[in-house]
Write a protein that binds this ligand. Structure first.
Ligand SMILES: [Zn+2]
Length: 250
């Protein structure tokens, strides 16, 4: 029997999939999102194999056990690499309640630079000042079983891991928190790419201003939640089929 917590998380994660597709941040039917059902990450929800983000419904999400010895099987089971990575992170990083992996275009383009540091040049990019880890060792698809531990070590206490030549991994305390981080990371990278595409010299913010701005983002109470609830309310009006139950019209 599903409790209200699971129902809420199913609706939130389904909304995150739908908005990721609406914003063009998804990649074909690849990429994985997950959210833990409990604080120790023992069970989590994840997208079914090969489901397009634009079509995912709350009831379709897989309920998986992160301590299982065997990877899930069956036509809906996620690929082994994704299951192992998300399981390991949910089990070992309590603040990674929600984990989002995308190949979103501007952040992935920026990850391909020889030096992919998210430079603090504007309000959006300064949000990530000191909060991004970098992995510059892309070695192909379907990585080995050591990968989850290596990713967790690289991520350390950061919310973002920029995967060179590949994409991003974002973690957050809730679906709203992680999604808002993902959204602003893509906007920050869009600003970086566009500013550099002018060919003119790009002005980097000072350490003091960048650090202050990053702190102000962290201290902005309710921003991530407010942003995400606004997106949910749009979906509830325009595309309510993603939810477990139709939203009650306001
Ligand atoms: Zn990927």
């Amino acid at each position: 029997m599903m409790n209200s917590q699971e129902a809420r998380l199913r609706n939130d994660l389904a909304a995150a999939f739908r908005w990721t597709a609406r914003l063009g941040l998804h990649e074909a039917t690849a990429n994985h999102f997950s959210v833990a059902l409990d604080e120790n990450g023992g069970r989590f929800l994840m997208n079914p194999n090969m489901a397009h983000f634009s079509q995912i419904k709350a009831r379709d999400l897989l309920l998986l056990n992160s301590a299982a010895k065997e990877a899930p099987r069956g036509p809906d089971a996620p690929d082994r690499t994704a299951w192992e990575l998300h399981s390991f992170l949910h089990r070992n990083i309590p603040r990674a309640q929600c984990i989002l992996h995308t190949h979103m275009p501007y952040a992935t383009a920026w990850s391909c630079l020889e030096d992919p540091e998210i430079l603090p040049i504007c309000q959006n990019s300064a949000r990530f000042y000191g909060n991004v880890a970098y992995d510059n060792t892309y070695g192909g698809m379907f990585v080995d079983s050591e990968e989850p531990a290596r990713v967790a070590e690289l991520l350390d206490d950061k919310d973002v891991l920029l995967l060179g030549g590949h994409g991003v991994l974002v973690v957050g305390l809730s679906v709203a928190h992680a999604f808002d981080t993902l959204y602003h990371l893509e906007r920050a990278c869009m600003n970086l790419v566009l500013a550099h595409s002018t060919g003119k010299q790009v002005k980097r913010l000072s350490h003091e201003v960048a650090a202050k701005t990053a702190r102000q983002w962290r201290e902005y109470q309710g921003f991530s939640e407010g942003h995400f609830r606004a997106l949910v309310s749009i979906l509830d009006k325009e595309d309510p089929g993603y939810r477990l139950q139709p939203a009650v019209a306001a």
